[in-house]
Unconditional design. Structure first.
Length: 285
């Protein structure tokens, strides 16, 4: 049995390709294995959906609390008999082939598999799964579909089904990462617990806004990503910390050379400051 959670932010349900594609699939093929679909709305104004399948339910958070708390809320509200939590972003287009393969695979994989995920592409670029033993995951040989991995792989949140028993075992999603690097941390945690990640043969399309985050996003968003990635490499993926600091130095130099002085300044601040810029130097979860 599956519980689904779709997190919205500054988007109504009718504009979400995830919700519209899923609603059509539920109408044309019952998918009785899906018990409930929680729409968790982090937008400032509530927008209660109308005309959706009866399994959709809606919750509005008055504040944007990010992904980790939304996912934990969905898990806490789930039925005891539900075995998997499927997390979805608002702009992933779902397909019948993906849902059918996911449901079939979930009933057949061994207990050692803690997560099942599709291949995710942004246009022609595979963005999940990617290797986690490098800071340049899109520039190496990528993990393959229809395969299980026990090391060196990272999957993004959207489209990933997580085993409920494993989620309870680790105490839920890590609130140290409310949004950015939550998927990195969860992939790290699964593999550090000697569990496996299974990759489906199905592919989904998803727009990854952070592919060029140093150049295309606003300053506050860039700062939040810097804080999350520094925390991740400082506390969890520590074997890459030295390489990460070198990359941060080169990134800051490039930003100054290209005239992005505000970005370069904050990059060097994170590079040379002690601790984790407001994040406690203790592991959570």
């Amino acid at each position: 049995m599956f519980e689904l959670v779709i997190v919205l932010y500054k988007m109504t349900f009718s504009d979400s390709s995830t919700i519209t594609s899923l609603n059509k699939l539920l109408a044309s093929n019952n998918f009785l294995e899906i018990r409930r679909v929680l729409i968790f709305d982090n937008s400032e104004q509530a927008s209660v959906p109308q005309g959706l399948d009866k399994r959709f339910c809606y919750y509005h958070s008055p504040k944007n609390i990010g992904l980790a708390q939304a996912y934990n809320y969905a898990a806490d509200q789930s039925a005891k008999e539900s075995e998997w939590l499927l997390t979805l972003d608002q702009d992933t287009t779902l397909t019948r082939e993906y849902l059918e393969e996911l449901i079939t695979k979930a009933s057949n994989v061994p207990k050692s598999v803690a997560a099942i995920a599709p291949v995710i592409k942004d246009h022609e670029q595979q963005i999940s799964p990617v290797r986690s033993d490098t800071l340049r995951p899109l520039h190496k040989v990528l993990p393959q579909s229809n395969h299980s991995y026990s090391s060196d792989v990272m999957i993004i949140n959207s489209g990933t089904a997580l085993r409920m028993s494993f989620l309870r075992e680790i105490g839920g999603y890590n609130l140290v990462f409310p949004l950015d690097y939550l998927d990195h941390w969860m992939s790290w945690r699964i593999l550090s617990e000697k569990r496996q990640i299974n990759i489906l043969s199905s592919e989904l399309n998803h727009r990854l806004s952070v592919l060029d985050y140093a150049n295309s996003m606003n300053f506050s968003r860039y700062r939040a990503i810097l804080q999350a990635e520094k925390c991740y490499y400082s506390l969890y993926k520590t074997q890459l910390l030295a390489r990460y600091r070198r990359q941060l130095f080169l990134r800051g130099c490039k930003q100054f050379i290209t005239g992005k002085f505000n970005y370069g300044t904050i990059t060097f601040k994170f590079l040379f400051s002690g601790g984790n810029n407001g994040i406690k130097n203790t592991k959570a979860n």
